[in-house]
Design a protein around this ligand. Structure first.
Ligand code: SAH
Length: 225
């Protein structure tokens, strides 16, 4: 990380007490997040810059918060857990994210992998997320305004794909865009019944692991201006 980038990330720290942040990291650790790099990146990423000022005082609670347009910034535990699952087998080069939202998960990922390709269907959310990442000098991210059900085929394959909204079924396009050995972390289901899944592209076919119940907003259809 550059000095400038490091300063930028640190500057946010003054705005909420360091203790509140430490408490969040401690909690994630106690809940079973064990990847030290993931915990360190969450510690230094200023989540309060990804929510409305009115909610900034709650930014280091382990909870999802509204970001407008009926969407939410993901719960820190989910961000940490999904990032950890992606990285479980080693470092990743190209990662596609579906559902940029506030850009918080994007910012976390961008500090853990080489390059992030982030797809969002709501233009205004995407524009705001882009600004935030520029402010934080996180430059290894490219954004696409489009439908996550289709992924981003022109730049495929990806070593990792993370979906931050719940899909009724695993989108075929995302399976198609996984590199050999590539990992897809995705909540699947509907309403109250949602399971976090890890799908890996093996030599022949795919392996699937179900990781437990989760709660996400739905993966919708088509881009929205
Ligand atoms: N990781 C984000 C979570 C945002 S909530 C954050 O922490 O802020 C889920 C996001 O997925 C929303 O921004 C929503 O607009 C987006 N989304 C839903 N369906 C989509 C689709 N088909 N394609 C792309 N993005 C989608």
């Amino acid at each position: 990380m550059s000095r400038e980038q490091d300063d930028m990330l640190r500057r946010g720290i003054g705005m909420t007490s360091q203790r509140t942040r430490e408490r969040l990291i401690q909690r994630l650790y106690e809940e079973g997040v064990s990847n030290a790099k993931v915990l360190e990146v969450i510690r230094r990423t200023p989540r309060h810059l990804f929510v409305d000022e009115a909610l900034a005082h709650r930014a280091y609670e382990d909870t999802a918060l509204p970001i407008g347009h009926n969407q939410t910034i993901s719960q820190p535990y989910m961000v940490a857990r999904m990032s950890e699952l992606l990285l479980e087998a080693g470092p990743l080069d190209k990662v596609m994210e579906i559902g940029t939202g506030s850009g918080y998960q994007t910012a976390v990922l961008s500090q853990l992998v080489e390059r992030v390709f982030s797809v969002e269907r709501i233009k205004v959310l995407q524009d705001r997320a882009k600004e935030r990442l520029v402010e934080l000098n996180l430059r290894n991210v490219v954004f696409r305004w489009g439908d996550g059900w289709e992924g981003w085929p022109a730049l495929a394959p990806y070593n990792g794909i993370i979906v931050t909204a719940v899909a009724t079924d695993v989108p075929q396009a995302l399976l198609d865009q996984l590199a050999p050995g590539g990992r897809l972390v995705i909540p699947v289901g509907s309403g109250e019944v949602q399971q976090l899944m890890l799908i890996i592209r093996e030599e022949h076919g795919f392996s699937r692991r179900v990781l437990g119940s989760v709660r996400f907003v739905p993966l919708l259809n088509g881009p929205l201006a």
